[in-house]
Design a protein around this ligand. Structure first.
Ligand code: PLP
Length: 385
């Protein structure tokens, strides 16, 4: 299967956001910004969509039992979530849409919502856009990995009268896969202060070496106080046909959340996306395993490249996702200089300054690309540095 992931496709001319931004107009530009993969969506997903198109009508529809069984089967097989029932699951058009509905359901305008920093930039956009207060708790680098500073997290939650915690697990942008102990400790803080949790677990499938632990599974309190969001879109590279789903085990919380979801009239599922999700979850286990091995290899190669050649750059050992959080501050390099120097050699990274409160001198790198291209990225980084 590796050959399949190694194949290079030209995505230009297909309105692909990632490939439409070439700030220095480089003729052989390599974008590593937007979080989708330069790896083809698997055939069984495309075939699932194609098969539905054999019937010439695309009118209003409702996801069928097979759709929900595919989700329940995937949850059980991949995350060991055997106790979910059909009622716990609802369709969401996208994960961020679900996050926005959850923020509205759990908080009022002006309320504080806690997120970890660095963090996914669109979290800030959603929280600020809904008139809530963005409250941050900084992850700390312990020389080996980014960790939750539990004392600081609790202090920030209490001092800022936080009304919801928006957790990203696994974590964008650091690639951290939270341990059970960390998840339990975060749940403990939230329980002590009555703070419900929105768990964005869109990256749940891309975990190396161990199984993803759903936040709602870490304690009884978490099961009753968490709105979780998942999607097949990162895993199977199908974010352009948005589809996601929520898991809420507490019926009261679910009703509150569902009311918000429905009031926006935003959550009408897309027929072809539903077919794609069903096909992905029914047939995708083996493909996903191979993909994870490939991404692990890519991210490890990238981390090793920096460790060996530029030990001044802080790069955590990969645990999951395909994102690398590169901290150039020990080398005395700021974001503007880095973006310009890399940009001129045709490399584009996300500016760490956009990743919530953490970092002039940090860049986010997306390593989900065919390996031959990754080697070219290393060559150019070498030239620049
Ligand atoms: C943590 C996280 N949540 C949500 C999204 C976007 O999800 P969706 O496209 O389903 O809104 C992303 C995309 O990068 C992400 O990294």
């Amino acid at each position: 299967m590796t050959e399949q992931f190694d194949q290079i496709y030209d995505r230009r001319g297909y309105n692909c956001i990632k490939w439409s931004r070439n700030p220095y107009d480089h003729p052989d530009f390599i974008p590593m910004g937007i979080a989708d993969m330069d790896i083809a969506t698997p055939d069984f997903v495309i075939d699932g969509i194609r098969k539905r198109l054999d019937h010439p009508m695309l009118g209003y529809f409702r996801p069928d039992e097979r759709f929900f069984q595919a989700i329940l089967g995937w949850q059980k097989e991949q995350y060991g979530t055997a106790d979910l029932s059909r009622e716990d699951v609802a369709v969401q058009t996208s994960v961020l849409g679900g996050v926005a509905s959850a923020v509205r359901a759990l908080t009022e305008p002006g309320d504080g919502v806690l997120v970890q920093a660095p963090g996914y930039f669109n979290f800030a956009q959603v929280i600020n856009g809904l008139g809530r207060r963005l409250v941050t708790t900084r992850l700390v680098w312990d020389g080996e990995m980014y960790r939750v500073d539990l004392e600081q997290m609790e202090r920030q939650a209490v001092e800022n009268h936080v009304k919801a915690f928006l957790l990203c697990s696994p974590h964008n942008p650091t690639g951290r896969v939270w341990s059970r102990e960390e998840l339990e400790a975060m749940a403990g803080i939230c329980r002590r202060h009555g703070i419900p949790v929105i768990a964005d677990e869109i990256w749940a499938d891309l975990v190396f070496d161990k199984a993803h632990i759903p936040f709602h599974s870490v304690s009884e309190w978490a099961a009753h106080n968490t709105i979780s969001l998942y999607a097949p879109t990162k895993t199977f590279n199908m974010a352009g046909i948005t589809i996601a789903y929520s898991v809420v085990k507490n019926p009261e919380l679910r009703e509150r959340f569902e009311r918000e979801c429905q009031s926006s009239h935003y959550n009408l599922p897309n027929l072809l996306s539903a077919e794609a999700l069903t096909a992905a979850y029914e047939s995708g286990a083996e493909w996903k395993k191979e993909l994870c091995a490939y991404l692990k290899n890519n991210t490890e190669l990238a981390a090793e490249f920096f460790h060996q050649n530029y030990p001044g750059v802080i790069v955590p050992a990969p645990q999951g996702t395909y994102l690398l959080w590169l901290d150039f501050r020990p080398m005395g390099l700021g974001s503007d200089e880095l973006l310009e120097r890399f940009g001129k050699s045709g490399l584009y990274f996300n500016d760490g300054r956009t990743c919530i409160d953490y970092g002039d001198g940090c860049l986010r790198m997306n390593a989900a690309m065919p390996r031959p291209r990754l080697l070219e990225v290393f060559r150019r980084i070498g030239e620049v540095l």
